[in-house]
Design a protein around this ligand. Structure first.
Ligand code: EPU
Length: 333
């Protein structure tokens, strides 16, 4: 049933009290086929866990959300298992399920908020692993043409916090399920990230311990969405060319960066923001988290506008200081 004039306050981790004209939760494709909505002309938005977006105002259209939380084993052999998971499955519950069953590949993505569906849209990533490393297929339903389709990993054009689903012409593609390929043994552990390596010293390297260590690191740096409204990293880490990188390094020798190739360098936006004096800064009821400057927070009762003003101020200041235009990672709706 389509709900009307629906508050989204508990459906976005910033906790912003915005409303949607219409709201619809679905389980499977049959619910979509029977849905009476003009997707060609009407406005709509596909919602996951609401953990990577900023509602800038009330939404005058239909918000549609998967509540499919089924896991099916598609196939398996001695080394790999293929799992088809409903888009509405809570991401971290899926990671926990995998770790408990000794399926490897997702453990570094522990405690990321959101849903399975969003893992492909955003190509979520942390501590050296990205969703693209384990996604084998994405099942979608084309809302405008009423047609189910299956995309391969290649079709998804994954990149840093990017996929084909981010192209505006593709907003009609609703992800219904995702198939993941996970290891059953000979796990490829990814433990080179500094803090992960340090915390695993003297510990047995297995999926459970990696998950525990990562939960521990995240809890120490990132605010709990249940206590303090936020959407994780608010900005993307900017990627610059060698010329720009060398210029900056000369001016700011303590620059924090990661070399992607000889020509491309990823800079820690959190460092840039901290250097610009924003760590712990507040503007109205919006703030910059005191332990990780890449995270903007709702200090309680913030209006969308207050978050936007703070974001604009940060972008402007970073541009003045470093001549770099950082971009939001969260999606503005
Ligand atoms: N740093 C600072 N000051 C800060 C924050 C960071 O100086 O206030 C510097 C530190 O030197 C730190 C470095 O930046 O060592 C990197 O920080 P961190 O390890 O926290 O990672 P990040 O680059 O800030 C990215 C992702 C996170 C992900 C972590 C770990 C993006 C936009 N963010 O953050 O993802 O958990 O790496 O892999 O790529 C998210 O997308 O919501 C998210 C939390």
């Amino acid at each position: 049933m389509i709900k009307k004039n629906f508050s989204l306050q508990y459906y976005n981790t910033f906790g912003l009290n915005v409303k949607a004209d219409f709201f619809y939760e679905f389980n499977d494709v049959s619910d979509l086929i029977s849905l009476d909505y003009d997707f060609k002309n009407g406005k709509f938005f596909i919602l996951g866990g609401g953990s990577n977006l900023l509602f800038t105002r009330d939404f005058n259209g239909l918000v549609i959300k998967s509540i499919n939380d089924k896991i099916n084993i598609v196939s398996e052999d001695n080394n790999f298992i293929y799992l088809k998971v409903g888009a509405g499955f809570v991401w971290d519950n899926f990671v926990e399920y995998c770790v408990n069953n000794n399926y490897g590949g997702v453990e570094n993505l522990s405690l990321i908020p959101g849903t399975v569906g969003a893992s492909a849209v955003q190509n979520i990533g942390a501590y050296g692993v990205e969703a693209k490393d384990i996604i084998s297929k994405v099942y979608v339903y084309d809302l405008e043409n009423n047609r189910a389709e299956v995309l391969s990993n290649k079709d998804c054009l994954f990149d840093y916090r990017y996929s084909v689903f981010k192209k505006s012409k593709n907003n009609r593609l609703l992800i219904t399920d995702i198939e993941y390929k996970l290891t059953k043994n000979n796990h490829k552990y990814n433990i080179n990230y500094g803090a992960v390596k340090d915390k695993l010293l003297n510990k047995k390297i297995n999926l459970t311990n990696i998950r525990d260590v990562i939960i521990n690191i995240r809890e120490s740096k990132l605010p709990d969405v249940n206590r303090l409204g936020n959407a994780g990293s608010f900005f993307k880490n900017p990627i610059v060319d060698k010329k720009k990188f060398l210029e900056l390094l000369q001016k700011f020798p303590s620059l924090v960066y990661y070399k992607l190739s000889n020509e491309r360098y990823k800079l820690a936006a959190g460092w840039l923001i901290e250097q610009a004096g924003f760590k712990g800064f507040s503007l109205g009821r919006a703030g910059v988290y005191s332990k990780q400057s890449l995270v903007l927070i709702n200090k309680g009762g913030a209006e969308p506008n207050e978050i936007i003003k703070l974001s604009d101020k940060i972008i402007e200041t970073i541009f003045k200081k470093f001549s770099i235009k950082i971009e939001p990672e969260v999606i503005f709706v």
